[in-house]
Design a protein around this ligand. Structure first.
Ligand code: GAP
Length: 450
């Protein structure tokens, strides 16, 4: 498929089939904000669920957290986000006051109105807001720019209440906000987005070993959920490009239609966060390693080092959608003659597919079939995300479901009325199997989750 219009295809598909809409569309939209529709929210929830399962259930010694978006503004002073560390260098036009990234300009003139430009200045990406009724300096705070700061704020709470010892991790999923100068590429770079971050606290000397471990684990997560190895690569961030907090960073890049771009960062943050928060808050956030036999650092106090895995839920979703979107020229069916039509199938991993089962009566003008199909639909609905569809030919209904990646289509036909069996069609093999209605739930569960 041509690269140029592939993103356009994904955007139009995402809207047409209820995955992603522009925010405030009836008012002309709102700068790079998007809403997840009925299928998009299922897909995004499934991605977040798989990430949470990986961190909390599969990996060892990680606990979860849900911290607030608004925090004491001192957090952002200590973290370095309010100083030069989290800013782009911009030039402002003296005439129209538009701002541009310095490096993106060829001439020293405003590209919009030709006006004269001011000297470059740092423009902070933090989203400012006011808490309480008075809009003065004292009430300024910020929407969080990364979820991990909430984790550092709770490091001591978690350590004490969960009786943890190093190494251990804290995982969190939540919204983050950045006043990006050039949001672009659909949901790839937006001003409001969701992060899935895990902070691994460890002894300084084991940080390098854990960096490699977590990088490998995170790559495997994408592969296991269906991203082909050739579409992922890693990028060792050169020292001069490192974020202000990082000692080392490796980006995980996905081959998007608009090029290789970051979907996740693995960072060695050293003791930057805990030592700075200790300094600014006056609270000692060091870890006391209880004396224990045969422990090199036994009985010492030190700042744990942090290995961070920081993924974007929206960027992963765009990567999974891009990977899964397939157009088949001439149609998918091999048993009938080629239709010359292009048919679409969304080959999402079964755990990510937003709809697991669709239920159809063979025809809609036979009340006994419709009644039975309704019973089957109601039986399956509490267990799986299901759709009921009775309009159009069976072939057309299969195609509609293939398009949104539904794993199984269950058809109630005349044989069902005789022997209580239905046909179950698999999205990927397109093979149909007859299954007894009483075994249906268990069988689908087995196919999906085993
Ligand atoms: N706590 C470290 C941190 O936030 P980052 O590299 O700035 O690191 C991590 O961001 C991940 O968050 C990125 O890999 C990306 O998936 C996601 N992300 C960052 N900025 C984003 C934006 N403007 N829109 C969508 N996702 C974004």
């Amino acid at each position: 498929m041509e690269k140029e219009n592939f993103l356009e295809k994904i955007i139009s598909f995402a809207k047409r089939r209820g995955f992603i809409f522009q925010s405030s569309e009836i008012y002309g939209g709102f700068g790079s904000c998007y809403d997840y529709g009925p299928l998009g929210v299922e897909l995004k929830n499934n991605i977040k669920k798989q990430w949470w399962k990986e961190m909390i259930k599969i990996q060892d010694n990680i606990v979860g957290l849900d911290s607030s978006i608004l925090m004491n503004p001192k957090v952002w002073e200590a973290s370095g986000h309010l100083t030069a560390g989290f800013a782009d260098e911009l030039v402002e036009c003296k005439k129209c006051n538009r701002r541009f990234i310095k490096d993106h300009l060829d001439k020293n003139k405003c590209p919009e109105c030709g006006g004269e430009l001011m000297k470059p200045r740092k423009f902070n990406l933090m989203m400012k807001t006011f808490v309480g009724p008075v809009e003065d300096e004292a009430s300024i705070t910020y929407l969080r720019a990364e979820t991990c700061q909430g984790i550092y704020m709770n490091f001591q709470n978690v350590l004490q209440t969960m009786r943890k010892s190093l190494p251990f991790g804290i995982a969190q999923i939540g919204k983050a906000f950045r006043n990006e100068i050039t949001p672009k590429d659909f949901i790839f770079r937006t001003r409001e987005f969701e992060q899935m971050e895990m902070q691994w606290f460890c002894e300084p000397k084991s940080a390098n070993k854990f960096f490699d471990f977590w990088l490998e684990q995170r790559l495997n997560w994408y592969y296991d959920l269906g991203i082909k190895k050739e579409n992922i690569k890693t990028y060792e961030v050169p020292k001069k490009e490192l974020a202000h907090y990082a000692k080392r960073a490796v980006d995980i890049l996905y081959k998007f239609p608009f090029g290789w771009k970051e979907i996740e960062g693995i960072h060695n943050r050293g003791d930057w966060d805990l030592s700075n928060h200790s300094k600014h808050s006056g609270q000692d956030l060091q870890y006391f390693d209880e004396p224990a036999f045969a422990k090199a650092s036994a009985g010492k106090k030190y700042y744990p080092h942090i290995i961070e895995t920081s993924a974007g839920a929206d960027r992963s979703l765009l990567a999974f959608l891009t990977e899964a979107y397939q157009e088949v020229e001439g149609g998918r069916t091999e048993t009938t003659e080629s239709t010359k039509e292009i048919e679409m199938v969304l080959k999402l991993n079964k755990l990510l597919a937003p709809v697991k089962v669709a239920v159809f009566p063979l025809v809609k003008n036979k009340p006994e079939l419709v009644k039975k199909a309704d019973e089957v639909y109601k039986m399956l609905k509490p267990h799986f995300v299901c759709q009921y569809d009775e309009t159009g030919s069976i072939g057309r209904r299969y195609r509609r479901q293939d398009e949104i990646g539904t794993m199984f289509c269950v058809t109630i036909d005349f044989q069902t009325l005789e022997d209580d069996t239905v046909t179950v069609r698999n999205r990927d093999t397109m093979k149909q199997e007859r299954i007894k209605i009483e075994d249906l739930s268990e069988k689908i569960k087995m196919l999906l989750f085993d």
